[in-house]
Design a protein around this ligand. Structure first.
Ligand SMILES: Nc1ncnc2c1ncn2[C@@H]1O[C@H](COP(=O)(O)OP(=O)(O)O)[C@@H](O)[C@H]1O
Ligand SMILES: [Mg+2]
Length: 323
């Protein structure tokens, strides 16, 4: 078996906050193979973004990461800044939820794209311009030549998102980390961008980590899905198994809360009653116990570890295999 492209082991993230600290991510282990798309799903605050920030060396100042992250066999967790800058531009591309956060506001979009290519791929200006226009064209960015000289704020949200994807893709990275890349966009543009990501998966060897709170997005794009709750992985498996035989009550509840394709998109998400626990005061037992409809006495005192439910499917629930 060849080594995975990315292997994350026991990744934990802690933040120092006023009067203490909190565990935003705890003992997260997963890997991503070449060309594979792994989805990370979970409600807001479950640790999806900070897991990826940690592995990219982009945690906020008050955060610290422990564990191990190997990329192409090389340890990158807490690697020197220079090394991470190179990997980020060259081998791992990132797309953020907020396109303004991923772009430099005072630089024309053409300059930003070309700069990345000159810096990371050693292209000259003409080569960089040609490649940048080519990528924008692939992304069906309207009138790329005319818009090359525009600043990010002059573009619509959908166009800005495409520029950020172009920036992430231009250097032909091995891995793209997309953090809710379509959340802020209207439905039509969301669909176009997802279609594009699906095409990228079909036609290239680019691996994708897709962070989303939307199971529909995961279903469309991902080979495997990781479900996170209160900083921990509670379930992971092949996408078909996650949908057809979800094991963890949290995954089951999330799936029930996912609107069906034929339902009214404006009806709003039926929420799971209750709230996630305070990360500063996590309960001794299962973090989901207070919201779980299948809770047992044991769940309040003992934390269920991740266990194989079947095949390579993992779930952190004492009821594994019983549902
Ligand atoms: N700079 C920070 N200081 C303290 N806590 C933080 C900081 N950034 C994020 N967190 C906390 O870490 C947890 C996980 O956040 P995040 O990874 O952004 O969640 P998600 O992406 O799943 O919505 C949240 O509870 C959030 O409040
Ligand atoms: Mg997030």
């Amino acid at each position: 078996m060849t080594a995975p492209l990315l292997k994350c082991e026991e990744l934990s993230v802690r933040f120092n906050i006023k009067g203490g600290s909190l565990h935003a991510v705890e003992s997260l282990s997963f890997s991503v193979g070449r060309g594979e798309c792994v989805g990370i799903v979970g409600e807001s605050g479950s640790g999806k973004t900070q897991s990826c920030m940690a592995l990219m060396g982009l945690l906020p100042r008050n955060g610290a990461a422990t564990g191990s992250v190997r990329f192409r066999g090389q340890e990158i967790l807490n690697a020197p800044r220079k090394a991470m800058d190179r990997i980020r531009g060259d081998s791992i591309g990132m797309v953020f939820q907020d396109s303004m956060a991923g772009l430099t506001p005072f630089m024309r979009i053409g300059e930003q794209l070309c700069e990345a290519l000159v810096e990371h791929k050693g292209m000259n200006n003409a080569q960089a311009r040609a490649r940048a226009l080519e990528v924008l064209d692939i992304l069906q960015f309207p009138q790329p030549k005319r818009r090359f000289g525009m600043y990010p704020h002059e573009l619509s949200g959908g166009m800005r998102q495409r520029v950020m994807i172009a920036l992430a893709l231009a250097c032909k990275p091995d891995l793209i980390i997309a953090d809710e890349p379509t959340t802020a966009l209207d439905i039509t543009i969301q669909a176009q961008i997802l279609e594009f990501m699906a095409g990228l998966k079909r036609h290239t060897d680019t691996a994708i980590i897709m962070i989303t709170h939307d199971f529909g997005v995961a279903a469309e794009l991902c080979d495997r899905v990781i479900v996170m709750y209160a900083g921990r992985m509670v379930e992971s498996g092949n996408v078909a198994d996650i949908f057809d035989r979800p094991q963890h009550p949290y995954t089951q509840a999330l799936l029930r809360a996912t609107p069906r394709l034929d339902s009214d998109p404006d009806a709003g998400l039926p929420l799971i009653p209750g709230r996630p626990p305070d990360l500063q005061h996590l309960p001794a037992g299962c973090s989901f116990a207070d919201r779980c409809t299948q809770v047992m006495a044991r769940c309040r005192t003992e934390r269920p570890p991740l266990m194989p439910a079947f095949d390579a499917h993992l779930s952190a629930c004492f009821r594994n295999g019983q549902s």
